[in-house]
Design a protein around this ligand. Structure first.
Ligand code: FES
Length: 87
């Protein structure tokens, strides 16, 4: 379980084990684009403002992964207790 703050939506969401950030955002009524939902297409690419993502996708390259500045919300999770996303 970790917390995701959506900076532009002014929402704080709790992401439980077994649910993606994308799923929880949708349940909260956030209109977040997606396509493959398997971490491959790049549609759900999101800017990370704070926190450390736990990358589970096959889309980002190593430099992007290490930068902690972007993530795929359909599959990736958090290494930190909290992420702040530019949504
Ligand atoms: Fe395709 Fe997330 S929806 S990478």
């Amino acid at each position: 379980t970790f917390t995701v703050e959506l900076a532009r939506s002014a929402l704080t969401l709790t992401i439980p084990a077994g649910k993606s950030i994308l799923e929880v955002m949708r349940e909260a009524g956030v209109d977040a684009p997606s396509s493959c939902e398997q971490g491959a297409c790049g549609t759900c690419l999101t800017t990370v403002i704070e926190g450390v993502p736990d990358h589970q996708d096959v889309y980002l390259n190593e430099t992007e992964r290490r930068s902690n500045t972007c993530m795929m919300t359909c599959v990736s999770r958090a290494k930190s207790e909290r992420l702040v996303l530019d949504i």
